[in-house]
Design a protein around this ligand. Structure first.
Ligand SMILES: [Zn+2]
Length: 83
């Protein structure tokens, strides 16, 4: 299931709506989310399932900030990590 393909990855409904460049980090409902400044000024594509309220937010593919994140952030290695 993929929000980008119109299926909610939380509840499986197909009531998914999107806005490209919909929300800028630091404003609106995502106010205060700075992501340590890495993607502060990066426009994001936002997908919302109106059936359950699940929100998915994507930095646009190919954006240079993704490389910065890959280099500086910790990678999630799996459910066993830290458990
Ligand atoms: Zn949903």
């Amino acid at each position: 299931m993929s929000m980008r393909e119109g299926t909610c990855s939380s509840c499986g409904a197909t009531e998914v709506y999107y806005a490209l460049d919909g929300l800028k980090p630091g404003r609106g409902v995502f106010g205060g989310v700075s992501l340590r400044g890495t993607v502060m000024n990066t426009p994001t594509d936002v997908y919302i399932c109106v059936a359950c309220g699940y929100i998915a937010q994507y930095v646009q593919r190919g954006d240079s900030s993704l490389k910065t994140v890959a280099k500086k952030w910790r990678r999630v290695s799996g459910p066993k990590d830290g458990a």
